[in-house]
Design a protein around this ligand. Structure first.
Ligand code: PLP
Ligand code: COI
Length: 341
């Protein structure tokens, strides 16, 4: 199959229209059969639930070309499960897991020419999403929904690839105690937009959020979980009910424990502990692992010993192992890799 003529090595994290996307509609209490379409536009009521009351959620996963030239996706079952949890919380209908996985496969297969080649550093980012499409004017869930998946070829989420980031401790919250921080609702991202624009204006790459109840413990950033490494080489990651359960983080934790014999603890992390760590990084589908070199807490600079030039050694090892699995260089645990035939 002929690949698209793109400069794969220089792609940013942006939208590129690909050939086919998947659409299924929910009406009268049931999902239709779903289909692939060329039409990249959405037509809905001016009063649709998504437009009036932000009834929308999404997922993110990637398709990779392996060393042997096969196209694979990584743990799409986990995205299906997390989307189901999100939908239940937002009073949206669940799109069945087997159909979600099948739709992912259909979209990747139909856009195989857009899956970046092995070694290019790029991947095909897949965006499953769902929204309330029928009119609602009183505050209540819509009756009709649309589930879609498109793919777009992407490079690194942060400009400069693995160049360590500078983040600030945020004054604003992305989540509320007992709110929606642990689901992938569009509203969580809408409310982070002002803060990320402001962070960029102030010269920071990201906001590091604190727990919304006490503003004492580290949570996550607007689009990724956080991993820390202690000075004796152990991984520590925040435990909280208001962070998104990252599939990348959960995979990295397994890889660290089971493949690399690294001790991993999930616990509350007080912001006063930041100066004690040796390494820090963001993790997520888009970010993979992006090292953090500096954390700024209201003028106080915390410079990670791993520095501003590269990954620290522990995060580099877990990064290499996970990406090795995704690219087919290292055998992954059973059930993690889904081949597209
Ligand atoms: N946290 C937030 C707020 C996110 O938006 C994401 C992205 O999906 C993540 C964490 C990372 O999750 P995952 O590894 O499942 O992509
Ligand atoms: C992802 O990593 O898939 C995300 O959703 C993060 C961001 C692009 C919102």
């Amino acid at each position: 199959m002929e690949k698209q003529n793109l400069d794969w090595g220089n792609l940013g994290f942006g939208y590129v229209k690909t050939d086919k996307r998947y659409v299924s509609n929910f009406k009268d209490g049931a999902w239709d059969n779903g289909t692939l379409t060329d039409d990249a536009t959405v037509q809905i009521s001016e009063c649709a639930g998504v437009l009036q009351y932000a009834q929308t959620c999404f997922e993110g996963l990637k398709a990779y070309t392996t060393e042997k030239g096969k196209i694979v996706t990584f743990r799409p079952d986990m995205n299906a499960e997390r989307m189901a949890t999100t939908c239940e919380r937002l009073e949206m209908p669940v799109f069945p897991k087997d159909r979600f996985i099948d739709a992912v496969k259909q979209v990747v297969k139909a856009n195989a020419s857009w899956v970046p080649p092995y070694g290019s550093g790029a991947t095909l980012y897949l965006r499953p999403y769902m929204f309330g499409s029928s009119p609602v004017i009183g505050v209540k869930p819509a009756q009709e929904y649309q589930f879609r998946i498109f793919g777009t070829p992407v490079g690194p989420y942060f400009k400069g690839g693995a160049h360590p980031l500078t983040v600030r401790i945020s004054d604003l919250d992305r989540a509320a105690p007992k709110g929606t921080g642990d689901i992938k609702a569009g509203l969580n991202y809408a409310m982070s937009l002002h803060n990320i624009v402001d962070a960029h204006k102030c010269g920071f790459d990201e906001n590091m959020y604190l727990d919304p109840q006490t503003h004492t413990y580290i949570e996550e950033t607007g689009g990724a979980n956080i991993l820390f490494v202690t000075k004796d080489g152990k991984i520590v990651t925040p435990k909280s009910d208001s962070i998104l359960p990252s599939i990348t983080r959960r995979s990295l934790v397994s890889v660290a424990k089971d493949y690399l014999g690294i001790e991993v603890t999930e616990r509350k992390i007080n912001k006063e502990e930041l100066a004690d760590f040796a390494e820090c990084g963001l993790c997520g589908t888009a970010a993979v692992i992006s090292p953090i070199g500096k954390i700024v807490d209201h003028g106080k600079e915390i410079c990670l010993p791993s520095g501003m030039n590269d990954f620290g050694p522990v995060l580099k090892k877990v990064y290499d192992t996970l990406t090795g699995m995704q690219m087919g260089r290292i055998e992954a645990p059973a059930g993690w890799i889904y081949e597209i035939d």
